[in-house]
Write a protein that binds this ligand. Structure first.
Ligand code: PLP
Length: 358
């Protein structure tokens, strides 16, 4: 708050790059090993939209691969939901998106590497990029299966396609270096937002310098934004990244998140409610099914009615979980042991209540 107030006193916007913007860019490059160059934008949507334009511009190819249940913001070519077939080409999942706009978007099953291998076997020469949430958080929390991200890396390298990790949600939440730090898999481009703005509108995309050189004015891929790298927003991001960069922060956050996830599962079991939970860093998933899901189809098979009853039973007790069974939950630095214990105590009551109602 103090950083934001200080920055606002100096001016809200200058229509030119500012020193704080450069500092944030340098900090991001220092923290994420795959970033050689980075450009700031104002949202995650802008970051993913531009990263894909860059991948297409740099490769001269049109097709992109995304995964069912992964969300990458609301630009047209990414608003696609797949059918359950091996390879589904372009069905718009939002009104207002002409089918032609998504004709180059191939949507596949998350964690299904053979499907990606088949798509590359058929379309390899035309695939500009694969974009993936390396830990999916927009279809509830779904971890990558063993070898999935490594397989994507191998396929992209082998076919000259760009691998984009959309770490808008996972960046600086699952650990100090995102999923790329946890797994050691290096994407060609990374998109960021959310945590890097500390509650203000900031996004970023970056990666290999030879790719980033295709961005205007050095290259032919256009991108611009009047408020990109806004000094007030950047001040919030810088202050946040410095605070969460302190030693022990992620160990503590991970331990508390795991305690919440395990605690919820334990109380559900005691109440006889089919339920499982999982966590990574500060992200957790809760699933109204016996086993932790590994795919969009499995995530979709959770008991949605039980989730709704639990959500409202918790809300009535003053605990506001994410209001969708397809969203991951986050534990923050302000959720201390007392907050977690109170949440678990209320969950115990809520699980019993929904069990009785069922
Ligand atoms: C939230 C989100 C976006 C979109 O970011 P906005 O800032 O809301 O535009 C993109 N990708 C992922 C993985 C997200 O979670």
């Amino acid at each position: 708050m103090r950083a934001v107030q200080d920055a606002a006193t100096a001016g809200l916007s200058f229509g030119a790059p500012t020193e704080a913007e450069v500092k944030l860019a340098e900090l991001l490059i220092e923290r994420l090993p795959s970033l050689e160059q980075v450009r700031l934008v104002s949202s995650g949507t802008e970051a993913t939209m531009t990263a894909i334009r860059l991948a297409r511009g740099a490769t001269g190819r049109n097709k992109i691969i995304k995964f069912e249940g992964c969300y990458h913001g609301h630009s047209d070519s990414l608003l696609v939901k797949a059918g359950s077939g091996l390879l589904t080409l372009g069905n718009p999942s939002s009104a207002g998106v002409p089918p032609e706009f998504v004709a180059h978007t191939i949507t596949l099953d998350f964690n299904n590497l053979p499907a990606v291998q088949s798509a590359f076997a058929e379309h390899g020469q035309d695939i500009a990029c694969v974009i993936v949430e390396p830990v999916a958080g927009n279809m509830n929390l779904i971890k990558p299966a063993q070898g999935f991200l490594e397989g994507l890396r191998e396929l992209c390298t082998g076919h000259g396609s760009v691998l984009i990790f959309d770490e808008v949600m996972t960046g600086f939440r699952v650990g100090p270096q995102g999923v790329q730090g946890l797994t050691g898999v290096r994407p060609d481009l990374t998109t960021l937002a959310k945590v890097i703005g500390g509650g203000m509108p900031v996004g970023a995309f970056g990666g290999r310098a030879d790719l980033m050189r295709h961005i205007a004015p050095l290259g032919g891929v256009y991108q611009a934004g009047t408020l990109s790298g806004n000094p007030v927003a950047v001040a919030a991001g810088l202050a946040t990244l410095r605070l969460i960069g302190q030693p022990g922060f992620y160990e503590d956050l991970s331990a508390r998140t795991e305690r919440l996830a395990l605690g919820l599962a334990e109380r559900a079991r005691a109440a006889g409610v089919p339920f499982s939970a999982d966590s990574v860093g500060g992200m957790f998933g809760m699933y109204f099914r016996a086993e932790v899901p590994a795919s969009f189809a499995e995530a979709s098979s959770c008991d949605g009615e039980a989730f709704k009853r639990f959500f409202h039973a918790m809300l009535a007790r003053g605990v506001h979980f994410a209001p969708s069974a397809f969203e991951a939950g986050f534990v923050s630095a302000t959720h201390d042991d007392a907050v977690l214990q109170a949440t678990l105590d209320k969950a115990e009551e809520a699980f019993r209540e929904i069990r009785q109602a069922a």
